[in-house]
Design a protein around this ligand. Structure first.
Ligand code: ATP
Length: 356
């Protein structure tokens, strides 16, 4: 294996710019396996990291629907305490019920720990069949407010309201994060995505903050697009995008769209960065439709662990893992069904480990 750090191809962004890890931090990491396919793909990551030679002392904790059933809380205090102590967590997806049930664990976790920046690199994987080539962009999504404020009420029978909260503080903070990220990762352009022509106050404020912060970074190009136009341009000419800066809901939707451009939800990793803690998780959800079948694609989760290693100042091991994933993907027999193959989670994981 050559020097993986110097291989230009398939390098997701280097360490997150806002990294608050101390030098002598232990390598104890909170592990939340989550629901649905979570346990299967987390097993894959644990095996891959063990094979990488990087020793992690996993502090396993519960969250999600399974946790609600076993310990009576979908986000136990003990889990939060563990993340606060370890500062780094790897998290499998947690099921969020549609239209009913307990509030989203993912959203609560991000709010409780103030994980304000959701960073999702979207990069073409040469090995996968895709209509799109040379995509290399990063979605930076504000993670704590907007329509995810959770403020909903019934005004009168048959009339409900959902409140979109946008604050100057959070908007400036995420804009600053995006520009700092661009600077540190040698990226050239930040595009703010919004609907300020309709939501003049809320999206207007978000855009205003992005513009204001952009003036402090004259070397980084800045533009903005309406979210509908941005979606159209993402499917017609995605290569024009570099960093996309979005508020919470648009970030969620555009992330799935962008994942579809490079091979789907099975291959897109992500991180949630706060001032003290960071939680790494795939873009996808718990995929209950395929849970327990052994066919979930662990790529997104393995690549999320590589982002975690970058964050823990272990870029060499992170790069080795990415390279091993690339090599495993180059053999179609390893592909899981979401990629059009007949492979299994275990087969793909074994292939990655073999390459390591
Ligand atoms: P959430 O709202 O929690 O993000 P979602 O409703 O977007 O979840 P997902 O759980 O992400 O839904 O699944 C969407 C589709 O993608 C499902 O058909 C699922 O099987 C598929 N999928 C998601 N992740 C994977 C994966 N790792 N491997 C294979 N298929 C996946």
């Amino acid at each position: 294996m050559g020097d993986p750090v110097n291989q230009a191809h398939f390098l997701f962004p280097a360490p997150a710019p806002v990294c608050y890890l101390e030098k002598n931090m232990t390598r104890r990491v909170t592990l939340i396996r989550g629901d649905g396919i979570g346990p299967e793909i987390c097993d894959a990551v644990v095996d891959v990291l063990a094979a990488s030679g990087f020793k992690i002392d996993w502090d396993e904790q519960l969250a999600g629907q399974g946790a609600l059933q076993t310990v009576g809380s979908s986000l136990p205090d003990k889990t939060l305490r563990s993340i606060r102590k370890n500062r780094v967590a790897l998290k499998g997806p947690c099921t969020t019920q549609v239209g009913k049930g307990f509030p989203s664990v993912n959203v609560r976790l991000r709010k409780q720990l103030k994980l304000y920046a959701n960073v999702r690199p979207i990069e073409s994987l040469g090995q996968l069949k895709s209509h799109y080539k040379d995509i290399d962009m990063v979605i930076i999504r504000e993670n704590t407010e907007s329509l995810y404020s959770g403020i909903e009420h019934e005004v009168a029978p048959g009339v409900v309201e959902s409140i979109k909260v946008i604050t100057r503080k959070a908007s400036e903070r995420i804009a600053r994060y995006a520009f700092e990220y661009a600077k540190q990762n040698k990226r050239k352009k930040v595009t703010a995505i919004h609907k300020a022509n309709i939501m003049k106050l809320s999206d207007g404020l978000f855009l205003d903050c992005a513009r204001k912060i952009s003036r402090r970074y004259p070397k980084i190009e800045f533009d903005d697009k309406l979210v509908d136009n941005a979606c159209m341009q993402l499917v017609t000419r995605p290569q024009q995008f570099d960093i996309l800066l979005l508020e919470n809901l648009y970030g969620d939707i555009v992330s799935d769209l962008a994942a579809g451009l490079v091979g789907g939800l099975g291959v897109t990793p992500g991180s949630n960065i706060g001032q003290k803690e960071a939680v790494f998780e795939a873009v996808h959800g718990s995929a209950p439709d395929i849970a327990g079948q052994g066919v979930a694609n662990p790529t997104a989760m393995i690549l999320s662990s590589a982002l975690m290693l970058d964050h823990m100042k272990q870029p060499r091991i992170a790069a080795q893992i990415r390279q091993a994933v690339q090599k495993a993907l180059s053999n179609r027999r390893n592909w899981t069904p979401d990629l059009g193959g007949k492979g299994t989670t275990k087969r793909f994981t074994k292939a990655v480990i073999k390459e390591l």
